[in-house]
Design a protein around this ligand. Structure first.
Ligand SMILES: CC(C)(COP(=O)(O)OP(=O)(O)OC[C@H]1O[C@@H](n2cnc3c(N)ncnc32)[C@H](O)[C@@H]1O)[C@@H](O)C(=O)NCCC(=O)NCCS
Ligand SMILES: Nc1ncnc2c1ncn2[C@@H]1O[C@H](COP(=O)(O)OP(=O)(O)OP(=O)(O)O)[C@@H](O)[C@H]1O
Length: 290
């Protein structure tokens, strides 16, 4: 097929594109759901839901997030297929909205994964397109190149929590992150995952905590702003930065320190849901871009 905008042709096969099962839309959808499950199975993540507790959330727990992640798998497959067919944002948005509907039906109306459907959904679509046009560079860059303009052109929803926060604090949130090619995934979370593995001698859960803390220290998370205002965002960033400065997961007692940060977030009703999404996205891109 013709690459998007006629600019993305590459002479050699892409690392995503070996002709085996790994390249199928089903495999891409499976990896998206796996990334969401790995995110849930990570503790302590400040304020967030995990297999150990529900953090600052009254309406969800790990079982509900796992159910939601599995419910979404066929939609990630559909997004990968749509990406492979070089679909525009109107088509992707329709599938994303159907996924949101299925999520709400499965969870009794709880917003378990709205932000994740958007970010991981776009990455799944990009993985499908990469498969079809021999793209060899990061998937985030493909999102920016193929759909960035359309994402930016669509007006922000005014009544969503993200919309309220965007107007009040002038932050771009999930849409800006995507249109820019997911810089928080590539410049923050991926290096922090690698750091975490080095510091904690290959402990994968520790590496995910390190990445979660690095994201919280760096991202303007609209969930933190909605729940805690500028003070909440600054508190969250300060605590995560201090955890990293003190040695992160390279210390013997790191889990106790992370647990006390988690408890401080819960006491203030703070939850960085956008950072949880970005952690899952980083895990997804690691699985796809090897
Ligand atoms: C783009 C969407 C998800 C963003 O919503 P909005 O900014 O209006 O706010 P909303 O409160 O609904 O969701 C925000 C969510 O984004 C995540 N988030 C918050 N801050 C950030 C950040 N800085 N970076 C990335 N994600 C973030 C959180 O999970 C948060 O809950 C939504 O409005 C939308 O357009 N859905 C339609 C589906 C769609 O277009 N799909 C495309 C293909 S999958
Ligand atoms: N493990 C997790 N724990 C909590 N939130 C998560 C987790 N993983 C992802 N998220 C993201 O966080 C968002 C939900 O956060 P939250 O419940 O704070 O938002 P809300 O429904 O907009 O607000 P509120 O619950 O304050 O009314 C989801 O869109 C989801 O993508």
């Amino acid at each position: 097929m013709t690459p998007p905008h006629g600019t993305l042709a590459q002479p050699a096969p892409s690392p995503f594109l070996q002709a085996d099962d790994r390249t199928s839309a089903r495999w891409i959808g499976h990896q998206a759901t796996r990334a969401l499950i790995l995110e849930v199975e990570t503790w302590p993540k400040p304020g967030l839901v995990s297999h150990i507790d529900s953090g600052a959330h009254q309406d969800m727990d790990a079982a509900l997030l796992r159910l939601s992640a599995h419910t979404l798998e066929p939609f990630f497959v559909a997004l990968a297929e749509a990406g492979a067919a070089d679909a525009g944002m109107d088509r992707l948005r329709l599938i994303g909205q159907e996924a949101e509907g299925a999520m709400r039906r499965a969870t009794g109306g709880v917003n378990t994964h709205r932000g994740a459907i958007f970010g991981l959904g776009l990455l799944a679509a990009a993985a499908g397109l990469a498969m079809a046009c021999a793209w060899r560079q990061p998937l985030g860059r493909l999102i920016a190149t193929r759909w960035g303009g359309e994402i930016t052109a669509k007006p922000q929803e005014s009544d969503s929590h993200g919309g309220v926060v965007a107007r009040r604090y002038r932050v771009g949130g999930a849409r800006e992150e995507a249109a820019a090619g997911m810089p928080s995934v590539y410049d923050v979370a991926r290096p922090a995952l690698a750091d975490g593995r080095r510091l904690a001698a290959g402990d994968e859960e520790a590496a995910r905590v390190q990445a979660c803390m690095a994201l919280i220290a760096a991202v303007d998370d609209s969930n933190l702003l909605y729940r805690g205002g500028i003070g909440g965002l600054e508190f969250a960033r300060g605590e995560a930065s201090r955890f990293l400065r003190d040695g992160g997961v390279g210390r013997r007692q790191w889990r106790w320190d992370a647990k006390s940060v988690h408890e401080a977030f819960v006491a203030r009703n703070l939850s960085p849901g956008g950072c949880a999404d970005l952690l899952a996205m980083a895990l997804f891109t690691e699985a796809l871009e090897t």
